[in-house]
Design a protein around this ligand. Sequence first.
Ligand code: GLU
Length: 433
Amino acid sequence: MTIKKPFENFLKNLRTASETAQLSDAALAGLEAPEAIHKTEVVFALDSGEKMTVPAYRVQHNSARGPYKGGIRFHHEADLDEVKALASLMSIKCAVVNIPMGGGKGGIQVDPKKLSKSEIERMSRAYFRWGTEQGIFGVNRDVPAPDVYTTPQIMAWMLDEHEKVLGFKSPGVITGKPLELGGSLGRSYATSQGGFFVLMKYLEKIGKKPEDTTVAVQGFGNAGAYFAEIAHKAGFKVIAVSDSKGGVACDCDSDAFDVNKLSAWKKEHGSLRGNFCQGETCDISKMKSENVKTVSNAELLELDVDVLVLAALDGVVHAENAARVNAPIILELANGPVTPEADEILEEKDCVVIPDILANAGGVTVSYFEWVQNRSGDVWEEEFVISKLKKVMENAYADWMKMKDQYDTSYRNAAFVLGVNRIVTTMKLRGTI
Ligand code: GLU
């Protein structure tokens, strides 16, 4: 059992980048410490009438490039250390894709699976009321979005609460909203689409075609499931997927492994386990006699595939299991899934890690597009959104490769250097350092 230390991991990566980019002590210190840490205890009524109290946070890391931007997660492990790490990654991520936003993150330390829909609504509203009344959230100040276990519906409740407190409409205060309330077309699958664009560029560089590329996806939530669908449609052989309860893998070509049916099943039943579809929907136990087997999350990480997509939580590839990863390419759709210790082991094995701050930045990029649309009152067509996303991701990919060549450093460090340099430039322009 490894102990997670997400903020320490962030600091390690930041300090490596600082050395490479030869940052001044003041610049490094400015990036190490979040600008503000807000803590509260959210109190809300359970359906039984009893009150529940849960710790909640909003960390505002850096606003030199624009308003704080970043999701809110509901998770029992979302403590202050994790939220600080995630807020800090957001600042770097927004800079890597060159959108004019800073970095922030919110978290409520709770297991949302134990709450009813109405309890989640009351908790979400109480959290956002606190953040609005305290002047934390605001369209030009700090703009949240969905993250782990938070949905467009939750964004809608939060927006409604914000506008009730303000007494006027302000749809740009939160992104990832339902379309009917000012959400952007393309936002629901933007994280996966952005990761896909970056992966395509990398495969193009090494001369590998989708139809010759096998893929395993750990995490079948929003990002993982959309990625599997997009990759399957583009001709990749997606041959394994898993969620928190376990997964399935197929020793077959991709046609036998119907990703769309799996994701339809997951949407309907909330979990992959207990079902696998091959042609007709069928029970997984029946599949054992054919080419499909159940796999644990640990087993999925070790499969012999070309691309391992990490779309679950942080710290899943660590010092103890990194040596057993067989995939030569990892795409980090989750935040922080590979620890710095694992990075070193993977680099020795020549495994290319396309880092979170680039690979999953499509989500925040389309969030930024949503914010722009809300502030201008415009509604963009889906095709336009995706073509703009493609441009942003491909530009970021090219900038990242330039850093990689210029500094002859790891892929993660090249992305960190790119982001950090952009933030430091704005801090200097503002005169903060
Ligand atoms: N939670 C997502 C992330 O970690 C999206 C943030 C946003 O859209 O602001 O990048």
